[in-house]
Design a protein around this ligand. Structure first.
Ligand code: AMP
Length: 282
């Protein structure tokens, strides 16, 4: 396994494989790898000859009050995990190489970026879309893998790749969860023991919604209010949003019908967690 810091160096190395017709599967991450990231890497390995993982804590997607500085960076452990998974290249760029002096070009996926998580985190998706564009240009992957856990991010990337004719296929991989249902996240390590227990309320609220819908509930206002009741029963939980939306455009749905996405963001203590469920009512 090779670790490369310099964007030009990795571009050059990967071009050799491209010329030989070897497909490149790419998994962009911010590190602190867990089983969710590994499921993306494994899917990439199934479908490609060369696997590239990037680890870059992207400053432009963090707000001024957010956890950029304290974001976990267990780089040694991450590299060991990548090696175990048979990753060929780990790209570890430095901020100065991704955003050199004078950098002034950003990618903004309009409409989708201001809703849900984008409301609470202005500029977040602009940062994501910009860095992913740059990473795509550097790596030039055949296929890039993203997690359904960040449903809005995956949608935005798909939209962006389509809108800008990016020659890359985007694949979205199911959310990996702890045994008890908590969606895996690099931020889970910040949770105290009690908060970890309370954090289960996100997946429980989604399960409640699923049960209600299975039982015939269609009114999204009612479903959301039942989810709210459950979540606020936990002392450490503070709801940012609960939304039932059309997964094509993230617009709120009044009634469940056809495809729907139930997404929520809840702070458990100081840790903001997200989860979602995408379903279809026939
Ligand atoms: P991050 O390191 O948090 O930026 O995540 C890198 C990629 O891993 C993104 O595409 C995430 O959606 C994906 N990911 C994060 N958590 C999970 C999870 N629990 N299951 C599946 N994919 C995930």
């Amino acid at each position: 396994m090779k670790t490369v810091k310099n964007p030009e160096t990795i571009s050059k190395s990967l071009k050799k494989f491209k010329l030989k017709g070897k497909s490149i599967g790419f998994v962009p991450t911010m590190g602190a790898l867990h089983a969710g990231h590994l499921s993306l890497i494994r899917e990439a390995a199934k479908e490609n000859k060369i696997i590239v993982v990037s680890i870059f804590v992207n400053p432009t997607q963090f707000g001024p009050q957010e956890d950029l500085k304290s974001y976990p960076r267990p780089i040694k452990k991450d590299l060991l995990l990548c090696q175990k998974e048979g990753v060929e290249y780990v790209f570890l760029p430095q901020v100065k190489d991704i955003y050199p002096r004078g950098f002034s070009t950003y990618v903004n996926v309009e409409g989708l970026s201001d809703l849900l998580c984008g409301k609470a985190r202005p500029g977040h998706f602009r940062g994501v879309a910009t860095v992913v564009t740059k990473l795509f240009n550097i790596i030039q992957p055949d296929t890039a893998y993203f997690g359904q856990k960040d449903a809005q991010q995956a949608m935005i990337i798909q939209r962006m790749a389509k809108d800008l004719n990016m020659p890359v296929k985007i694949k979205v991989i199911a959310t990996a969860r702890e045994k008890d249902g908590l969606a895996l996240s690099s931020r889970n390590v910040y949770l105290s023991k009690n908060e970890r227990k309370d954090a289960l309320v996100l997946s429980k609220a989604l399960n409640l919604a699923k049960i209600l819908i299975k039982g015939g509930a269609k009114d999204t206002g009612r479903i959301i209010s039942r989810m709210k009741q459950l979540i606020i029963s936990k002392k450490s939980a503070k709801i940012n949003y609960i939304a039932v939306v059309d997964p094509m455009n993230l617009k709120p749905l009044k009634k469940i019908s056809g495809d729907y996405l139930i997404a929520l963001a809840v702070s458990i203590g100081k840790i903001r967690l997200i989860d979602n469920f995408q379903g279809r009512l026939y």
